[in-house]
Every structure is written in C-alpha cells, then in structure tokens.
Design a protein around this ligand. Sequence first.
Ligand SMILES: [Zn+2]
Ligand SMILES: [Zn+2]
Length: 336
Amino acid sequence: MAWKPRIATSNQLAIVTAAHAVNIAKYAMFTSFFAAAGKFYRGNLHTHSTQSDGDLDPETVCRRYQAEGYDFIALTDHFVGLFNYPITDTTAYRNEDFTTILAAELHTGTMKNGNLWHILAVGLPSDFTPPIAPNFKPAKGAETAADIAQRARDAGAFVTIAHPHWSGMTEADARSITAAHAVEIYNHSCVIGNDRGESFMTLEYLLNEGRRLNLIAADDAHFKNSDHFGGWVMVKATENTPMALLNALKAGQYYSSLGPEIRDIRVFERAVEVDCSSVVTIIIQGQVSATATLHGEAMITGRLSLDRLANSPWLRISIIDRAGKRAWSNPIWIRD
Ligand SMILES: [Zn+2]
Ligand SMILES: [Zn+2]
C-alpha cells in the first residue's frame, strides 16, 4: 500500500524516502495537533475561590482571568467536607469569549510521608460522589488516591497529579496513580510561595518506566498574593467549549507555558524542527542525560539533531525566552 503522510506540516515531510515512511508517519501523529483545524485556547487548570480557601468569589476569579486574556479556567476548589465538597458551579460566568470546566482538587488517602494527597480532576460531573475527607487530615477508612483518581477519570475528568515536589511525593506514590493523564510540572503558587513548584523529575521517572503521561503548568491561584497568571496551558481545539477543550486535553493536544509560544514541532528520524515565538534557547530532552540544545538570539525556528538522543523512547521540547520564561511540549513518543 502506498504511504501517504498523515499530515504534511512541511515540504520535507512529504518528500521523505519510503524507508523512513513508517517511522515518520508514527512521529507525525504526535505532532499533528499543531497543524490541525482549530486554534489555541489559553487556560488555567488549577484555581481556588471562596468556595474553598481562595480569597475571591468564583465570578471575580473568572472575570480576572478573562481580563488577563485567558479563554477558559477550571475552578478546582478543595473537595473536602470543611467546604461542603464543592464542585464550584461556574456555568453562569461563561460568555462568548470565555468558558469554564467544572472541576475540583481531590483529597483522600495518604502518601508515604503521611500527608494527604492532592489530585486535580478537570471535567467532573457536578454530582461526583465525595470521598471521606472531612478536612485536610487523612481520614480512617477513606478511599485511596489511586481509587478516586480512577473514579474521576471514569466520570470523564482529565486527571493530574498535583504539585509532587511541594507534596514530598515519592516515585512509588506517583507510580500508584495509574489513572493520571498528566503531572503538574509547574505550580506557580508553589514556585513563588515555597520554591517547590517544579516537578519534572516525577514526570520523567514515570516516562522512563514507559508511562505515557503528559504535563501541565498551572497557577494554583488563591489570590492571596501574586500567585496568579504565572503558568498555563495552550489547548488546540476546534471551539472554546468545555467538551472540546477536555477532549483535546485528554488527547495531549496542548502545550504548557509561562510566556513563550510553541507554534509547530516537526519530528524527523534524525532531527526535530521547532517553530516558536522569539526565544534564546531551544532544548530537546529525552531519557538519556544528553540533550540537544540550540542557543541564539531571537530565534523563531530551530532544527536540532537527534544524534545524542538516538535511543530515547520519548522526547520533549523546552524553549526559553530572553526574560527566562519557558514553555514545554508534552512528551512525544518515538519508540515503543
Ligand atoms: Zn494542592
Ligand atoms: Zn490547589
């Protein structure tokens, strides 16, 4: 059967030799969302309001994010008895240019260090059954975090392991959440509040075990200080609706950013090309310690050799702008 490119994001993709066709067709599947129909919508997937321990009421939180240029947010109030197990109803604050996804931060079960779990569930039904979680202390006989994560996923949610570094999470703790779609690798509130907001190692331990997890950057905003508008996701979807955004999130059709834009990623057998907003560094990471790194001034495109990453099953791309702001692709799996 004649090979046809699944997508043709560049002329080079269309003229590859047949010997490389199978691999490249496989690579192309992972990057196709950049070229797919629709547009990128900016959203924050981790936010609190007065329905739990945030300082602003839900409507004000929505209006602040919209005024800042966001297209959507998920209010993830703490799903504990102390706050009457809120899945905050934000539907009244949707409008032509802004939408919301019903969500919560789930708490049940303990990690190895004895602390209570924090799991983000974005896209929950409003009648999601609470666990036994009267407050922020672990409760006897409560459901495990792995079980509630699976329940949330089964109910339609995009499930993320929240702030692993701040939580003091072990590799084994993280491994136990088998229903997770993603790891929160950047939590702005933790970054500015305790310098424990970055969790790339937790993600990469799991990637290196073959777990196909994605990553998110988020605020965890409570509006008690400058904990908002720091990290977000850019989701490629055909429309700015909760369902289209959720489907795209679950499919990994997004990237995470503190500022810069990733505009296209093209994966070839021996190189990766990245188009982006103006940056000074483009990096490709993989399972091995070596990286491919390109330094320059005001780069909006770059081609990086994969020679030093030849055996890595996954790749991910980081870009850094002149101000030190970063953006991150999701992992791209190039080998089974
Ligand atoms: Zn939390
Ligand atoms: Zn939170």
